[in-house]
Design a protein around this ligand. Structure first.
Ligand code: SF4
Length: 332
């Protein structure tokens, strides 16, 4: 075993961080080796027979002033999406209860805003969070940039986690979005963590980024003062009218490699197999679970992109012998 392998075996038992070269070396291992290593790390930190089921609802859709080139909700793109105002409390609560009935233990809500504003809509979202928590569900929101004061209000409302994706490495970021910077993103992540809220911060694969950009993403999140507790891995779903409508389909091997590398370098985080999953077979998803993914989103829609029918997911989990109760950490 070389020094780097010894170091990754000991990950999380020490304060050591990994540099870009070290992450690159592991990331580029032969895939079969990488999956094996990730599976070992996964078993050291989680019950591999359990994953967390979540549900993600768009509570305010479209008309977003940001220009993220993959997103159907950006006002900069001409897509077929119909913008919608903030959903009502009753509608959201019904969806949350329904998600819980179908096995979800976490209910996530996304609003197509550039940033949170201190207005009635924010107050409504705070109330939604309070009500979702009363249902004994974890609650996560994705509302754009937040100040420290707003993050504290979210914390007071009982929010479990805040989603704010970095999407890719910093060098590629301005190829994806130009209406905000990587630094803006990192600043919001800091505000969330200062308020004591868990961070959900993920990536999108298939936007034209290189392996180097993916490695840089892993490097950035694994070197945050507190690494994110939750990491969604998304495979781009090209949407007509967006800047990335002509991207090639994402190969499952790229998704598995990313999941495995994240599992190795962020061994205690929940790695969520997220958007684009509808394109992958049960067997392909099984490899993702083997490589360390331990969460999926239920429901036929993921914000605005197609997802998988719940019955199909329950069938898959039954075949694999995986329980959807919760991702169980062995270290808590
Ligand atoms: S990804 Fe979020 S911030 Fe970017 S355009 Fe879509 S809704 Fe707006």
């Amino acid at each position: 075993m070389n020094n780097l392998e010894t170091k990754t075996q000991k990950i999380n038992q020490s304060e050591e961080n990994f540099n870009l070269e070290e992450i690159k070396e592991i990331y580029h291992k032969p895939l079969i080796e990488l999956i094996h290593q990730a599976a070992e790390v996964h078993r050291n930190h989680f019950d591999p027979k359990a994953i967390q089921l979540c549900s993600l609802l768009s509570i305010k859709t479209g008309g977003c002033p940001e220009n993220c080139s993959y997103c159907s909700q950006s006002a900069h793109h001409k897509t077929s999406l119909k913008p919608e105002d903030l959903k009502s409390m009753d509608e959201v609560l019904d969806m949350a209860k329904n998600a819980k009935q179908n096995g979800a233990s976490r209910f996530c809500m996304g609003a197509a805003w550039r940033q949170v504003k201190d207005n009635d809509d924010f107050d409504s979202v705070l109330e939604m969070i309070r009500n979702i928590r009363k249902e004994n569900l974890e609650s996560c929101v994705s509302l754009g940039m937040v100040t420290e004061e707003q993050a504290l209000k979210l914390k007071e409302a009982g929010l479990t986690s805040y989603n704010h994706n970095l999407d890719t490495g910093s060098k590629y970021y301005d190829k994806v979005v130009t209406t905000r910077t990587y630094e803006d993103r990192l600043h919001t992540l800091k505000n969330i963590q200062k308020a004591g809220i868990k961070v959900c911060c993920g990536a999108i694969i298939g936007m034209g980024e290189s392996d180097e950009d993916r490695v840089e993403f892993i490097y950035t999140i694994s070197n945050l003062e507190q690494p994110p507790e939750s990491i969604p891995v998304n495979a781009l779903v090209p949407i007509k009218g967006t800047g990335l409508e002509n991207q090639n389909p994402v190969l499952i091997w790229d998704v598995i490699r990313m999941i495995a590398a994240l599992r190795i370098f962020l061994p205690t985080s929940i790695v969520r197999l997220s958007a684009g999953r509808a394109n992958f077979s049960h067997a392909e998803q099984a490899l993702c679970f083997l490589a360390g993914a331990n969460s999926i989103f239920l429901g036929d829609k993921l914000l605005t992109t197609p997802n998988i029918a719940e019955t199909d997911d329950h069938d898959m989990l039954k075949i694999l012998g995986i329980s959807g109760d919760k991702a169980v950490s062995l270290n808590q």
